[in-house]
Design a protein around this ligand. Structure first.
Ligand code: 6GU
Length: 232
């Protein structure tokens, strides 16, 4: 059984702040996926590739202006050392001016074998990094974060949970909100009556075709109310 899913993906994350990314991968579903060997996540400290005795990774921008820019050479060195070891399907740069991340993009990326994710910081990276090495630029929404790390964690989580074998019940990723452009229906667990707030009867009666119909209806109602833009 286990061998069916032998290590299907490798993610290399390049960051100046690896600490920010340790905890998302050391708990729960992601940790279990790593332990099962379904995915390998490697954090690379950009500082290790920095220049000179101070391991410099950023510098003032040409033309003046506030904020430091991440230099090309440390990033080039790090990407090169990775590319010497294997081929990569995508070299992704996390940036607020990237393409908007969504379920479709997560589905596509979950089919990759090897990806690099570069986290931006300060005023961003030297444009030549983007021109020379980056194959895909991703933003997770229309707001600005102080760095790409949290966004990289979001993207990695969304991708990893789609890898076959990561979720216990494989069909559960298919019933996620957004997977069919519908939001998820409401769910309930015990007790059936909490201080007079009861669970819908249909869920207690065990007629699975009625339950399925009820869930589809609720998903549709919920989507119509909250996200009519998702409906055809
Ligand atoms: Cl990928 N990076 C940063 N710094 N801010 C963001 C983002 C990424 N996506 C949305 N805001």
């Amino acid at each position: 059984m286990r061998s069916r899913y032998f290590c299907s993906m490798r993610i290399d994350i390049i960051t100046a702040l690896p600490k920010l990314l340790e905890s998302p991968f050391s708990d729960s579903i992601l940790q279990r996926a790593i332990k099962k060997g379904l995915v390998e996540v490697n954090l690379h400290n950009l500082r290790d590739y920095g220049l000179g005795k101070h391991k410099q990774i950023d510098d003032y921008q040409f033309g003046g202006g506030a904020g430091m820019v991440m230099m090309i050479e440390p990033i080039h060195r790090c990407i090169d050392s990775l590319k010497q070891q294997r081929n990569y399907d995508e070299v992704i740069y996390m940036t607020p001016d990237g393409e908007r991340f969504g379920q479709k993009m997560a589905n596509g990326l979950s089919l990759c074998k090897n990806i690099i994710i570069l986290c931006g910081h300060y005023k961003g990276v030297d444009q030549r990094v983007r021109d020379m090495f980056i194959t895909k630029e991703i933003s997770i929404g229309d707001y600005v974060l102080s760095g790409g790390e949290l966004a990289a964690a979001v993207v990695s989580d969304a991708i990893i949970r789609l890898i076959p074998g990561v979720l216990n019940n494989e069909t559960s990723a298919l019933t996620d909100s957004y997977q069919d452009n519908l939001l998820a229906p409401p769910v309930y667990t015990r007790p059936a009556d909490y201080q007079g707030h009861t669970v819908p009867n249909v869920l207690l009666e065990g007629n699975f075709s009625l339950i399925e119909t009820w869930r589809e209806e609720k998903a549709w109602e919920h989507t119509k109310k909250r996200r009519p833009d998702l409906l055809p």
